[in-house]
Design a protein around this ligand. Structure first.
Ligand code: ATP
Ligand SMILES: Cc1cn([C@H]2C[C@H](O)[C@@H](COP(=O)(O)O)O2)c(=O)[nH]c1=O
Length: 829
């Protein structure tokens, strides 16, 4: 950020100005107090000068922004800084010129008031200039830097400098003349800092200067009053800006209420005077944590969502404080209030920087900056006043006794109001409607935010055929298309990969046996084919109302690249969801085939095999079980058929299901966004929820596939006593996880399935789903009258026999060099 020269200079200017502000604030108060002997006079002088600093915001705040929008921002900053140099510089000179204590304090107050009034013009000019100096993508970092500098570094530096000056002089025993006392020096420093910033802006940041055509036009055509009114109209009439401004105020009101109520709240905790300072400090610590670490934690989360969530966090934490009965709870609550308010401020200002036009930016930022101060002051004052009104009652909770005071009621009510504001601002601004909030938050924290659904009007029906090699997909696709066309439907038959010109080239790249792409490259190539296919073929056809029948879709990637290549299925799922914009089929017909049978059919076509067909049997077994797991996780949207049945029977079952679907009974177009949940870290059932599968009301996947990232390398042996991951070989003597393949001598859990990567637990609900993957579809069919029949031969997931050891090793890829990124080997079948 600081490599951008104009921003670096502006940041230095801001740092210096902020340092001047803080040292000026402290020094003016001390200076005024020092003019009096009595402690009452000292207190009044100190408090009075500080209050005077805050007062101008109330008076001039509303029109200050007009200056920033109407005039050249560079000149505005330079002139206002020069004026501040003069006024602040005059404060320590008054006593030197013989002014009495009363005159000195009065002038300190007047000069401070004028200086602060001028600051109100300087701030919006500076704020409005920032977005023109840096790329939009860096605005958040610049805000972080600015806030940390203003509220973190410079106040501490100012306090250190002031105390070092005082202590240094005291220790050295040097007696300086009155005009060079530490406080006077601090006041000179404050004044000089303005001169330096004026010169820096004038000579060093010329980029701030000039006016956009629109600003020029407005300045010429509109009076200041008109511009002022227009500014308010813009804020009130632009929902996003209005929501942001109100939200920021709400978050600060939450903080202010806690600060205002902290004293009586600390008493109600029975924690003593120190607890007040602790709570106060903790809120500011939370603020720093929110601003400093917030973006790092939420990463790619939509800033609009983050803003609403932060307000809810801040307000919810105020409510939590209302029920906290121990200081430790209160400190956690205070930290979260601060963090929420800090994040809301950062997200809000970042959004405002990005969303507000240059022409009105000065006015909007004036309202925000000044409004925040006012809201904070008001909230602190009001809360302080209100908590004094009610009485409290002590309630015994066994180990603890709590004061149910008016303070707590206030915190609860204020917190609840804040939560409502947060939720409504979230709703108003949400740019990912339909995407589940918590899943999106979790996905973003993990670096994979959910993609919002690509909006399009979809009136057609999307049917996908999936299954292993030679399952009979093409045969069934052709047959179904003919049947539908015969009954007058607009049918589009398509496939993946290779349905488009681009796709045909990709198909050559992934399937030709020449130079094999690495597993990740392979996944990306399939995703690229899919993205183009969906955008140019599937969506347009669905939009016009056609029945789209695709030979393979997302599940193939999850099965082949995820389970087959053992790439992290969650990542493949995310990638596919991104590629398709979340488009999911209405029906997936899974033709389940034993790889030996399917590959036998492929061989008998006599056309040779492609690169994927040539993979090992273990690979194809993993693919098969992955398909079954996906279907078991969402039986309502899958029709799983035993592909060993005659084609006509399969066709009849498909026809029946289609008839239901086309009659509208079964068509509820799946909501893509809600299902594009990036799976959790372990690939259990929900991890296999693909963009095809709704999370709500879906049955847990039977025999889910272990996360590729959690799968030990094929053939690895987990330590004895541990529970091996599905698909790994347990050490002899250890108890294998249900569904894992037991080593010789170990006791297999009931229901172990000889499939690498597939883990149906014998006694879990998921195992029921798994064991009946094919049959569960049968029962679904019978329920809908589709009437698919059960097969005499048990489905593989029902077989409990142990495969011979060599076969197991082959299934697991022991002796098989299939590593996620390693070269693939043409396997044997
Ligand atoms: N139900 C079935 N029973 C027996 N043979 C079938 C059946 N369905 C299709 N076949 C035959 O099996 C072979 C493969 O069928 P098809 O091409 O339809 O499968 P596919 O799943 O599309 O294959 P690929 O995975 O290679 O695309 C063909 O020769 C086809 O005639
Ligand atoms: C869509 C898709 C496909 N594959 C594999 C599956 C097959 O081996 C080939 C496609 O051949 P087909 O004869 O057209 O069925 O590609 C894959 O690995 N990943 C995918 O996403």
């Amino acid at each position: 950020m600081l490599r951008i020269r104009p921003f670096r200079r502006l940041w230095l200017v801001l740092g210096l100005a902020s340092f001047g502000d803080w040292i000026g604030l402290l020094a003016t108060g001390i200076f005024a107090a020092a003019q009096f002997q009595s402690s009452a006079g000292q207190g009044a002088a100190f408090g009075g000068t500080i209050a005077v600093r805050l007062l101008p915001a109330l008076l001039l705040g509303p029109i200050a922004g007009v200056f920033a929008d109407r005039f050249d921002r560079r000149y505005t900053m330079v002139i206002t800084d020069l004026l501040r140099f003069v006024f602040y510089g005059s404060i320590p000179l008054v006593p030197l010129l013989g002014g009495s204590p009363g005159v000195t304090v009065a002038w300190a107050a007047i000069a401070t008031f004028i200086g602060e009034t001028i600051t109100l013009i300087w701030i919006p000019a500076k704020e409005a200039a920032v977005p023109n100096l840096i790329p939009k993508s860096r605005i958040e970092v610049s805000n972080q830097l600015t806030l940390v500098t203003t509220y973190g570094i410079t106040p501490i530096l100012a306090a250190l400098v002031l105390s070092a000056l005082t202590a240094g002089l005291q220790q050295s025993g040097v007696t300086l003349p009155d005009w060079a006392a530490p406080v006077q020096l601090a006041l000179y420093l404050n004044a000089i800092s303005r001169l330096v910033t004026a010169l820096t802006v004038f000579f060093g940041i010329k980029e701030i200067g000039g006016k956009s055509a629109e600003r020029q036009r407005e300045a010429q055509e509109q009076s200041m009053v008109r511009q002022f009114l227009d500014g308010w109209k813009y804020i009130g009439g632009t929902p996003l800006v209005r929501g942001l401004v109100l939200g920021i105020f709400g978050a600060f009101a939450a903080g202010g209420i806690v600060i205002g109520a902290a004293k009586t709240f600390a008493t109600s905790l029975g924690a003593g005077e120190a607890a007040f300072y602790l709570l106060f400090g903790t809120i500011f610590m939370g603020l720093a944590v929110g601003i400093g670490l917030g973006p790092m934690i939420i990463r790619e989360l939509s800033r609009r969502r983050w803003f609403g969530m932060s307000i809810v966090l801040a307000s919810g934490s105020v409510m939590f404080l209302g029920v906290a009965f121990h200081l430790s709870m209160a400190l956690v609550g205070a930290l979260l209030v601060g963090a929420g308010a800090g994040m809301a401020f950062l997200a809000g200002t970042t959004l405002l920087y990005g969303e507000v036009d240059d022409a009105v930016r000065g006015r909007v930022f004036a309202v925000v900056q000044i409004g925040v101060r006012m809201v904070l002051l008001l909230a602190i004052t009001l809360a302080g006043f209100l908590v004094g009104l009610g009485s409290s009652r002590r309630v015994d909770l066994g180990a603890f006794s709590v004061d149910v005071s008016f303070t707590r009621v206030l915190l609860l009510v204020a917190g609840a109001a804040g939560v409502i504001v947060g939720i409504s601002s979230f709703r108003q601004m949400d740019d990912k409607r339909g995407v589940p909030v918590l899943a999106d938050l979790w996905g973003s924290i993990r670096g994979r935010p959910l993609a919002p659904d690509e909006q399009f009007v979809r009136s057609g029906v999307f049917v996908v055929f999936e299954g292993g090699e030679g399952a009979g997909k093409s045969t069934q696709v052709r047959r179904l298309a003919e049947a539908l066309e015969a009954s007058g439907h607009d049918v589009v038959v398509t496939r993946e990969p290779g349905a488009t010109e681009v796709g045909a080239r990709i198909r050559g790249l992934v399937l030709d046996k020449g130079d094999a792409p690495s597993p990740r490259a392979e996944a990306l190539l399939y995703a690229a084919d899919r993205a183009h296919h969906v955008a140019t073929v599937v969506r347009p056809a669905l939009a016009r109302g056609a029945v789209v029948i695709s030979d393979r879709y997302v599940d193939s990637s999850l099965a082949y690249q995820g389970a087959g290549r053992t790439l992290p299925v969650s990542e493949i799922s995310w990638l596919s969801s991104w590629a398709t914009g979340g488009l999911k089929p209405d029906l997936v017909v899974l033709l389940d085939v034993d790889p030996t049978v399917g590959l036998g059919r492929v061989d008998s076509r006599g056309e040779g095999t492609d690169r994927l067909e040539s993979e090992s049997r273990a690979f194809h077994e993993r693919v098969r079980y992955a398909f079954l797991d996906l279907a078991a996780a969402d039986p309502r949207r899958y029709l799983v058929l035993d592909a060993a049945r005659p084609p006509e029977e399969l066709g009849a079952a498909v026809d029946d299901r289609l008839a239901t679907l086309l009659a509208g009974d079964g068509v509820t177009h799946p909501a893509p966004a809600s299902t594009a949940v990036p799976p959790g870290p372990d690939l259990h059932a929900p991890d296999l929820q693909t963009p095809e599968q709704p999370t709500a009301d879906s049955t847990p996947a039977a025999g889910s596939i272990p996360a590729a990232d959690s799968i030990p390398p094929a053939g690895s042996v987990p330590p004895a006593g541990s529970t091996p991951a599905a698909g790994s070989v347990p050490a002899a003597g250890s108890t294998p996880a249900a569904g894992s393949i037991p080593a010789a001598g170990s006791t297999p859990a009931a229901g172990s399935v000889p499939a690498a990567g597939s883990v149906p637990a014998a006694d879990s609900a998921s195992s029921a789903g798994s064991a009946s993957s094919a049959n569960s579809a049968s029962s679904v069919d019978s329920a809908t009258g589709a009437g698919t029949r059960r097969h005499a031969a048990p489905h593989p997931a029902e077989r409990h026999e142990e495969p011979p050891l060599e076969e197991m090793a082959e299934l697991l890829g022991v002796n098989d060099d299939e590593t996620p990124d390693g070269p693939t080997r043409a396997g044997h079948r």
